[in-house]
Design a protein around this ligand. Structure first.
Ligand SMILES: Nc1nc2c(ncn2[C@@H]2O[C@H](COP(=O)(O)OP(=O)(O)OP(=O)(O)O)[C@@H](O)[C@H]2O)c(=O)[nH]1
Length: 747
């Protein structure tokens, strides 16, 4: 039996994707070849169904108007009947607050994915096409938890909302970086054009410089500040005015005389910017031809999907100006599900995960990802993105991680505050279901040996004790249960010895975020203990054992003898158990009991009481007593043999080593290097951008305690970092000694 440990990464999906790129395309051009080939194999009907589908997120710096904008989108697409203004936001500081606030008010997108449809009118022909748009709530907590990663993964494109006055702000850079990490193409909307001091051109300049992506306006504003009337669409040379009390009607008109010069100048700039990033446009430009509106639209689409360019639109959500063109842009420039390369994992070979490309085709076997669990007023909802194949009401599907089969009793599409029952959902779609037992990030199939994300959930590397300050244990348990379900890397256990609840996770910050969420979302303040590193124990040399467990005086006797070897396992991250007993000297039943004993033994190493890793136990001989031998006796004998041999096999203590990436504005580079050196981190790489730098390093988790606070202090709060578990390595000798002494004293 192979007691399989995890793949050493707290970002299984990223690791999978990274591995995927070693065999799969590494450039967008390469991706495009694969995508085109897959699309050519797809039925025409299937293609056209997905052509009209968009799965998008809306992201922004705090207070840029994301909620206000979304509210308009839902109103114009007919999902809500009235626009509710965002109220009482003065004391709202963080995104997490707004989540709670949104819930209280029961407005705006409270679902993880809100389905709406948009009738897009073709400018010249007047032809109307209906698009289905899933607005996916991008996670508020910018952190490295798997939940965030998974939610971002289901986006095919995003609208980046930027404030016309403040321009690109620190969090704009952060959300943009996240989107970039997941290869999410972006359309930019400059909001708050009605405010004094609004300057879209400055904002575009900042997008180019700070987000380092080619950007150009596709509109110019008509009027400014209080007098903002609409925009000129510089591609089709037409003015667009919002009419009606809530701006619900778009009226077209000629370009106002006084704007003609500006429009021509900005149109030329758009073409030139596109020529830099799109070959076809470059050819047209070099031939000194004037591209048609259709050619410009096509070039924007190609360059946006290739993540080389972001088209910039502008308006005011609050004043109901120019939101509808953003919806048009989502349809025109952001990819449909067949235009995004998705990879899954082939798990047909036991214990192996090979990356595979997933064609977004309903004819393929079903594979879906439960990307978000939500406890709403409708009960426990599970959101699923169908990557390939079809989900049908009433069908049985298997949770790949647990192997459990579930019947899909009900399938719904979530609207802003209601839902619609559906019978099936095809590839590329996002839907929700009730009463399914799973964790966020679980994959579902109907038998295909595939998964969307690694099945090996990483072991937590850090833990701390937690206790509610008040007597509100009910809410505390609710919170803990929910987070455990949502995030498989967040674990909770009750320690019998210390009578404390212990939470464990992937880093100090990871746990800090949950403690904060328990407070904010469940109103339960907690006291926490000092974070503890999850050390491991292993052996560095082989040792034989011959161990007899014997209790034969009085009453029913116990007898078992086991012989064999303990040795380092084939890989440092697994434990192995093997038997090679000849002639049926020990029965299969007793050998199975031995294996159970081994599983018990590795939970608590004999050196420091931490879990054991990288050890192989072989039992090749032993002795049975006709009357006194039992499963219990063999289980106990194996534990005894393990503990004895372990201490003879030059055991050592291991500690978690983390990959650290720190990003901060350039002026803090030496401060950050100093900080990392102080923590005895080994710097492996530095990337220097125009305004900021990123340092990659390796550091023991033990030395990373308090890093968040120290980084904040030395970068005026402008530095960010991520920690990713890398591997276990021998702990420094003095630390090992300290841990061993402490354990022996406790014994
Ligand atoms: N003048 C003006 N104010 C706006 C506009 N859009 C939003 N606001 C205001 O800006 C403030 C923040 O708007 P929200 O929509 O809550 O912004 P948000 O990005 O969702 O904010 P968080 O949820 O806190 O991240 C509110 O007071 C809005 O009324 C706009 O177009 N013009």
């Amino acid at each position: 039996m192979l007691s399989r440990w995890i793949r050493p990464s707290c970002r299984p999906m990223i690791s999978a994707a990274r591995r995927a790129y070693s065999v799969l395309p590494t450039t967008y051009e390469g991706e495009k070849v694969v995508l085109d080939e897959m699309a050519s194999k797809m039925g025409a009907e299937e293609r056209s169904r997905q052509n009209r589908m968009r799965n998008i997120g809306i992201s922004a710096h705090i207070d840029s108007g994301k909620t206000t904008f979304t509210e308009r989108v839902l109103f114009y697409t007919g999902r809500i009947e009235a626009i509710h203004e965002v109220r009482g936001r003065d004391n709202v500081g963080a995104t997490m607050d707004s989540m709670a606030l949104e819930r209280e008010k029961g407005i705006t997108i409270q679902s993880a994915a809100t389905y709406c449809s948009w009738e897009k009118k073709q400018p010249v022909t007047g032809e109307v096409n209906n698009y289905h748009v899933n607005l996916i709530d991008t996670p508020g907590h910018i952190d490295f938890t798997i939940e965030v990663e998974r939610a971002l993964r289901v986006l095919d494109g995003a609208v980046l909302v930027v404030c016309a006055v403040s321009g690109v702000q620190s969090q704009t850079v952060t959300v943009d970086r996240q989107m970039r990490r997941y290869n999410v193409p972006r359309v930019t909307f400059i909001n708050k054009m009605d405010r004094m001091g609004a300057n879209p051109w400055r904002a575009i300049d900042q997008i180019q410089k700070k987000l380092k992506i080619a950007a150009a306006a596709v509109q110019v504003p008509i009027g400014a500040e209080d007098d903002l009337q609409g925009v000129v669409d510089i591609i089709y040379n037409r003015a667009l005015y919002n009419r009606g009390s809530q701006g619900e009607t778009i009226e077209e008109g000629p370009v106002p005389e006084e704007l003609k010069e500006l429009v021509a100048e900005k149109r030329q700039l758009l073409i030139e910017t596109l020529a830099d990033v799109d070959e076809e446009m470059a050819m047209i430009f070099l031939d000194e031809q004037e591209p048609t509106a259709e050619q410009i639209v096509a070039a924007i689409r190609r360059a946006t999907i290739a993540r080389q360019f972001t088209p910039v639109l502008m308006g005011s959500a609050l004043a109901n100006r120019s939101i509808q063109p953003v919806l048009d842009a989502v349809c025109d420039y952001l990819p449909d599900p067949t235009e995004v390369l998705n990879t899954g994992l082939d798990i047909s070979e036991n214990g192996k995960e090979e990356p595979v490309v997933l064609p977004s085709d309903s004819q393929q076997p079903f594979l879906g990802l439960a990307f978000k669990l939500e406890e709403g007023r409708f009960g426990q909802l599970t959101y699923i993105r169908v990557y390939q194949g079809k989900l049908k009401k009433g069908m049985m599907m298997t949770n790949v991680r647990t192997g459990k089969k579930t019947k899909l009793a009900r399938l719904v599409r979530m609207h802003s505050n209601e839902m619609e029952d559906i019978n099936e959902a095809g590839a590329g779609e996002i839907c929700a279901t009730f009463g399914i037992d799973c964790s966020s990030g679980d994959s579902f199939t109907t038998g295909a040996k595939m998964a969307m994300s690694s099945m090996f959930v990483p072991e937590p590397v850090i833990s701390l004790s937690i206790q509610p300050k008040s007597k509100d244990t009910q809410n505390f348990s609710k919170a803990i249960n929910r987070f455990q379900k949502e995030d498989p890397t967040f674990r909770v256990r009750y320690d019998e010895e210390s009578k404390e609840t212990i939470i464990s996770g992937m880093g100090e910050l990871h746990l800090e975020i949950y403690v904060e969420r328990i407070k904010r979302e469940y109103n339960v303040e907690c006291t926490t203990g000092r974070p503890q590193v999850a050390y491991r124990e292993t052996i560095t040399a082989p040792a034989s054992f011959e161990y007899t467990h014997k209790r034969q005086s009085g009453g029913a006797g116990q007898y078992a003898k086991v012989m064999g070897d303990l040795s380092p396992a084939a890989a440092p991250e697994i434990n192995e158990f093997e038997t090679a007993v000849v002639g049926g000297k020990i029965s299969d039943k007793f050998l199975a009991a031995c294996e159970k004993g081994f599983q018990d033994a590795i939970l608590k190493g004999p050196l420091t009481g931490h879990r054991v890793l990288g050890v192989k136990m072989l039992i090749n001989d032993g002795q049975v007593h006709v009357v006194d031998s039992s499963e219990f006796a063999f289980r106990t004998a194996t534990i005894g043999a393990f503990n004895e041999a372990f201490l003879n096999a030059q055991p050592i203590v291991l500690e978690p080593i983390m990959d650290v990436a720190v990003t901060a504005p350039a002026e803090f580079q030496s401060a950050v290097i100093g900080l990392l050196n102080k923590n005895t981190a080994i710097i492996s790489d530095t990337e220097v951008g125009q305004d900021e730098f990123t340092i990659y390093a390796e550091c023991s988790l033990n030395n990373m305690f308090g890093f968040a606070t120290a980084l904040r202090a030395s970068t005026q709060g402008k530095g960010e970092f991520t920690l990713e578990f890398k591997n276990y390595a021998p702990a420094p000798v003095p630390l090992q000694k300290e841990l061993i002494d402490k354990f022996n004293k406790k014994k």
